[in-house]
Ligand binder design. Structure first.
Ligand code: G3I
Length: 316
C-alpha cells in the first residue's frame, strides 16, 4: 500500500539495506519488498568494500543489492563515492600527488558507475563535504590533495562515467537554518553557476526525537528553486531510552511531518529511511542511550512511525 501511495505522489520511498539479511532473512526481505520502492546500500557500495585493495574490486555485495532490487522492481540509490569514512587503508594512508589521486578517483568512479549504468541512476557522489558542525569544507583526503575544487572534479568525472546518472551531494546538519545550511547552499550555487553537473541534494535526516527542524520544507525548497532534485536520504528519529508508547506516537508525527515536507517541495523525489528495523539500525552502536529510530521494531512489527508516513501519503 505504501509503495502505491508514494508512486501516486510521484515520489519514491526507500530503505537502507545490509547485504547479509537481504539475502538470508525472509522477514527482512518482506519488509523491504512490501513497504518500499527503492533501496540504498547502507555500507556495501562504500569504498572500503568495493575496492579493498588497489585495483581489486569486490562486487559481491553491490551485485546482491542490485540483483535483489531488480527481481523485486525496486530502484537503487547509489551510496557513495567520496567520503572521509570507510576508506580502505591503502587509500587513506597513501601519500598521493594530485595526478595520482585523480587517477585513483577516476578508476573507482568509472568502475562503480560503469558497472551499474542504467541500473543505478542516482549517486551520492560527494558525501558530507562540510565539517560536522560548521560552515567550512571538511579537511578530507580529497580536499587536502586536490584542493576545494575536488567536488567539481568528482562530479564531472561521475558525469563522464555515466552521463545519464543523477548526481548528488549528500549532507547532514542542513535540515534546519544555520551556518552549515547556508554554507552548503553557497557551495551548490557556485557549482551550478560554473556549470558543474550536479542534479540533487540529499538531506540525510538523522533526527533526534523532539528536534526535527520546523523549517525542513523551506530548506529543501531552496534547492528545488535552483532546479535541483532533493531527497531525504537517511531518515531516522532516535529516541532517548526508554521509548514508551507516547514517544513512539510523537515519533510517528515526526515521520509524518518529514514525508509531508517532501510532498510539499516540488522536486523532492524520495524519502529513504536508514535501516529496515530497529535491530539493524546504526543508532545503538553510535549513540548509546538512544533507541527505536526506525519504522519497524526488531521483530519486524510496524511501529506508529510507519502509519505516520502513510498518513502523509494518504492526504490529497
Ligand atoms: O567491516 C566490519 C565487518 O568486517 C564486521 O563483520 C562487522 C561486525 O560488526 O563490522 C563491520 O564494520 C561496521 C560497518 O558499519 C559495516 O557493518 C562498522 O563497525 C560500523 O561502524 C559501520 O557503521 C556504518 C557507518 O556508516 C560507518 O561510518 C553504519 O552501518 C552506516 O549506517 C553508517 O552510514 C552513514 C552513511 O553512510 C552516511 N551518513 C551517516 C550514516 C550514519 O553514520
Amino acid at each position: 500500500e505504501l509503495p502505491a501511495l508514494a508512486r501516486s505522489h510521484g515520489i519514491g520511498l526507500g530503505v537502507a539495506v545490509a547485504v547479509d539479511p537481504l539475502v538470508r532473512d525472509g522477514g527482512y526481505q518482506d519488509v523491504v519488498t512490501s513497504h518500499y520502492t527503492s533501496v540504498t546500500a547502507e555500507n556495501t557500495m562504500k569504498w572500503e568494500y568495493v575496492q579493498p585493495e588497489r585495483d581489486e574490486f569486490d562486487w559481491s555485495g553491490p551485485d546482491a543489492v542490485v540483483d535483489f532490487a531488480r527481481r523485486h522492481g525496486l530502484d537503487v540509490r547509489g551510496h557513495t563515492l567520496l567520503w572521509h569514512n570507510q576508506q580502505p587503508p591503502w587509500l587513506s594512508e597513501g601519500s598521493w600527488t594530485g595526478a595520482e589521486l585523480r587517477e585513483v578517483m577516476r578508476e573507482h568512479t568509472d568502475a562503480l558507475l560503469g558497472r551499474y549504468r542504467g541500473r543505478i541512476t542516482t549517486w551520492d557522489v560527494v558525501n558530507e563535504p562540510l565539517v560536522d558542525d560548521g560552515p567550512r569544507l571538511r579537511d578530507n583526503l580529497w580536499h587536502r590533495v586536490l584542493g576545494e575544487d575536488y567536488i567539481a572534479e568528482a562530479l564531472r568525472m561521475a558525469h563522464e562515467a555515466d552521463p545519464g546518472a543523477r548526481l548528488y551531494i549528500n549532507e547532514f546538519g542542513i535540515e534546519g537554518a544555520g551556518p552549515k545550511a547556508d554554507a552548503l547552499h553557497a557551495l551548490v550555487t557556485d557549482l551550478l553557476d560554473r556549470g558543474v553537473p550536479l542534479h540533487g541534494i540529499g538531506f540525510q535526516g538523522h533526527f533526534v526525537h523532539g528536534s526535527v527542524p520546523e523549517d525542513l520544507t523551506e530548506q529543501m525548497r531552496r534547492y528545488s528553486d535552483l532546479g535541483l532534485d532533493v531527497t531525504v536520504s537517511e531518515l531516522d528519529v532516535r529516541i532517548p531510552e526508554p521509548a514508551g508508547q507516547e514517544q513512539l506516537e510523537e515519533q510517528a508525527r515526526e515521520y509524518r511531518r518529514v514525508v509531508q515536507a517532501c510532498l510539499d517541495v516540488p522536486r523532492c523525489v524520495n524519502v529513504t529511511v536508514w535501516g529496515v528495523s530497529d535491530q539493524h539500525s546504526w543508532i545503538p552502536e553510535w549513540f548509546p542511550g538512544y533507541t527505536a529510530a526506525l519504522p519497524f521494531d526488531g521483530s519486524y512489527r510496524p511501529k506508529p512511525a510507519l502509519a505516520g508516513m502513510a498518513q502523509a501519503l494518504e492526504r490529497r
